[in-house]
Design a protein around this ligand. Structure first.
Ligand code: BGC
Length: 348
């Protein structure tokens, strides 16, 4: 690992950039501002290297960002209805930052923190965020460690470890926006997708789950075999119309603490393949519906609608208010853990 200055924040604080290059020359860049992934440069079928993740050229870009490009988000990835939940008989009110709901940890979530860097190796960087009791309304002082490892198999392994000094809820995720053409001026509509899920959680207004768990069979949400993302994205199907495309939690078939493949994306022209492995119960597939060209990223490129996709491994949205969903409660005697890996390769 090598590191250098990424620039300074308005208050003069230095932000760092970490560079992990593996034996093949493939490279990942990270910053401790929001523990974000800044770039992932991997080869296509012909051996040309290209950057497959959206991001910003400097800390100012990340400070101004409202689409969560590449950040670790939390304490709660995705939405909590009305930002309200109860735990042990007490009602907690979180910050409201998405209509009348709480999204991705609120305005001052993990993505707004300058993380410490307690450890690193040749191929990894560990970052730590300490979120005080009451941060964005959440109970308990939480310490979250995220370790990024970039190995010689072009796998970016993200290990999370979290503790709290009081009962709380915790559900962080990595919010990367991928475009496997390595040119975000293209849309992702020709990318092919596979999701290892027989069921998904439909949502109602404000993208809050209705609480039902429905079969994907016979719907545009069936990605159990490879399908082009653009094939059915504008189908007259209420769930797609409500979210202006895909923006849904898929219920992964295998959830047993072990790590399983959850999803895979393939870009047929360049041949890049990305597989996502996780131990989480759900994956949010978001097709970049709300990117609208107003956000400029690396190289000054305006990120247009559907120019990238997110595959966020996590617990289901609004779980604290949906007792039938797997629990996100963390007790002081427990340790929160998550491992999610993004593996890059090519199909011939
Ligand atoms: C959510 C979207 C949201 C996007 C950017 C995704 O995880 O599911 O609804 O627009 O993040 O905030």
């Amino acid at each position: 690992m090598t590191s250098k200055s990424f620039g300074k924040l308005a208050d003069g604080k230095e932000v760092e950039l970490f560079i992990l290059k593996n034996k093949s020359g493939a490279e990942v860049r990270l910053t401790n501002l929001g523990a974000a992934i800044v770039s992932i440069v991997v080869p296509d079928r012909g051996g040309s290297f290209g950057d497959v993740i959206l991001g910003h050229d400097d800390p100012q870009g990340y400070v101004a960002d409202h689409s969560y490009l590449g950040f670790i988000v939390g304490r709660y990835g995705n939405r909590i209805g009305k930002g309200e939940f109860s735990l042990n008989g007490k009602v907690y009110q979180l910050g409201i930052n998405d209509g009348e709901h709480h999204l991705h940890g609120g305005v001052n979530g993990f993505h707004r923190k300058l993380w410490n860097v307690p450890a690193s190796t040749d191929s990894s960087v560990s970052m730590r965020c300490i979120s005080p009791d009451g941060d964005e309304g959440y109970p308990g002082k939480v310490t979250l460690d995220v370790t990024y490892t970039w190995n010689d198999n072009n796998e970016l392994v993200i290990d999370y470890k979290g503790t709290s000094d009081a009962p709380t809820i915790l559900n962080p995720t990595s919010h990367g926006y991928f475009n496997l053409t390595a040119d975000p001026r293209n849309t992702i509509l020709d990318h092919e997708l596979l999701i290892e899920a027989d069921r998904f959680t439909p949502s109602g207004s404000g993208s809050i789950p209705t609480g039902k768990i429905e079969k994907v069979e016979g719907t545009p949400f069936d990605f159990r075999a490879w399908r082009k993302i653009g094939e059915r994205i504008d189908a007259p199907f209420e769930q797609l119309q409500l979210a202006r495309g895909y923006d849904h939690n898929f219920v992964l078939n295998r959830y047993d603490k072990a790590i399983h493949r959850a999803a895979a994306v393939y870009e047929p022209k360049g041949g890049r393949l990305m597989e996502v492995f996780t131990d989480q119960p759900g994956i949010q597939f978001y097709s970049g519906n709300y990117l609208d060209g107003s956000l400029k990223g690396k190289g000054g490129i305006a990120y247009q609608r559907r120019s990238a996709l997110c595959l966020e491994a996590q617990h289901f949205p609004d779980s604290p208010n949906q007792p039938q969903f797997p629990s996100v409660v963390l007790h002081p005697s427990e340790t929160y853990r998550q491992t999610t890996t993004y593996r890059f390769s090519v199909k011939k």
